[in-house]
Design a protein. Structure first.
Length: 404
């Protein structure tokens, strides 16, 4: 039975996975279509309306929204050339405008734009800091050799929509998409001068492709479709996803470890090159549109209504400070008895969760708005390091606490 005072519910030693998906505050409610990270701290996410852009420099603890370049456009993919240089692609007018390429050399503060692209763009991929490709509607593929300053269209000989493109080096790459709702796979070994068709063996649109080297690759698509190759695409074989939801994005960190995400909150993981895929859980129910994994322990995904989630251990979540959230833990270190005081009256309707270093949720409570401070007692827990997470309407902040 829920109480009517301070605590909505309390969980002691409620186990969760050591690694979990953690919600972050994106500071936008627009649907996010693409997320990309250059390293463990530096990342950006892009939206499908109003050219939404958000960025972080601290692992996603704090996301800030950037001013849109085109108020009627959508951004669907991005690629980092270096820590400061990023290219994003999409369409500059969702009512039917042509393609859009945007480039920033200062981490997203300012952008140059190219709207002389005849087709809506779905994806961009750079093999080096100068060699990159974009793909889009009606079989459109173009290449740059000068870091995105200029683009030269290539011939694909078909009118398919190319949703995803991936190069393993400056010469060899693959592109996937659909024509007449049937899977299309294209392959090149000469930087796109010639593109040849490969046989997918499936009759579903493919939305994302990822190769870890010039032999081993995967593609995912509609109705839970996953296909894999170990010979550079000469042959493709289906894998069992266990779901019928559309899969929009796949990200590998090695030849064995990968994640795929899709509609209705679908998250799949494999640790054996896709021989088995298992579902992971999160609080997301809407579409997950893009995932970027850096290691087996670190990654992010984004999706509907501005949702961004981080994957990792609680110990990898850095302490955060959001200027408009003022709260104190006193004393700290402590013996397990301490006071949590929220100074902002308007933010006192908050959720407090404490995790141990194994990622187990050991305490959880809701703080009602009438009360500025509460006493927390976790003195029955072993001495050591714990992590307190405070979720408010203004965002989520994390603090380390020490029991001694």
């Amino acid at each position: 039975m829920k109480t009517t005072l301070l605590i909505a519910f309390l969980t002691v030693a409620g186990a969760v996975q050591a690694q979990s998906w953690w919600a972050q505050t994106s500071n936008t409610t627009e649907d996010l279509m693409n997320i990309n990270f250059y390293n463990n701290n530096t990342g950006m996410a892009f939206g499908d309306t109003l050219s939404t852009m958000v960025k972080t420099s601290n692992q996603g603890v704090l996301w800030s929204e950037l001013s849109p370049v085109f108020t009627a456009g959508e951004l669907l993919s991005s690629s980092y050339l270096d820590a400061n240089t990023i290219i994003a692609v999409g369409v500059h007018d969702i009512s039917g405008g042509d393609g859009l390429v945007m480039k920033s050399a200062n981490g997203g503060s300012t952008w140059t734009t190219d709207t002389n692209i005849p087709e809506k763009l779905f994806d961009v991929d750079f093999a080096t800091s100068t060699n990159g490709w974009i793909s889009g509607e009606n079989g459109y593929i173009a290449r740059t050799t000068d870091g995105g300053t200029s683009w030269q269209q290539q011939t694909t000989a078909t009118g398919e929509d190319i949703f995803s493109i991936d190069f393993v080096d400056a010469n060899e790459g693959w592109a996937v998409g659909t024509v007449d709702s049937i899977a299309v796979i294209l392959h090149t070994t000469n930087a796109g001068t010639n593109w040849t068709m490969q046989v997918s063996g499936v009759n579903e649109p493919l939305f994302s492709v990822f190769f870890v080297d010039n032999m081993n690759g995967w593609a995912v698509g509609a109705n839970g479709t996953i296909i894999a190759t170990t010979d550079g695409g000469t042959t493709w074989a289906p894998q069992t996803s266990g779901v019928l939801n559309d899969l929009f994005s796949v990200s590998f960190v090695s030849a064995s470890h990968a994640w795929a995400v899709g509609s209705s909150g679908t998250i799949l993981r494999t640790t054996d090159s896709g021989n088995t895929w298992t579902s992971q859980t999160s609080t997301v129910t809407g579409d997950i549109n893009s995932i970027k994994m850096l290691t087996v322990n670190t990654g992010w995904f984004c999706g509907k209504n501005g949702q961004i989630y981080y994957y990792g251990f609680p110990t990898e979540i850095p302490e955060s400070n959001i200027s408009n959230i003022n709260f104190k833990i006193y004393p700290n270190p402590n013996d397990g008895n301490f006071e949590l005081r929220i100074e902002n009256e308007e933010l006192r309707n908050a959720e407090v969760t404490i995790y141990n270093v194994l990622g187990e949720r050991v305490y959880e409570t809701y703080v009602r708005y009438q009360v500025s401070g509460i006493r927390i007692d976790i003195s029955s827990l072993p001495k050591g390091v714990y992590f307190l997470q405070l979720k408010t309407a203004a965002g989520t902040v994390n603090r380390k606490i020490m029991l001694q």
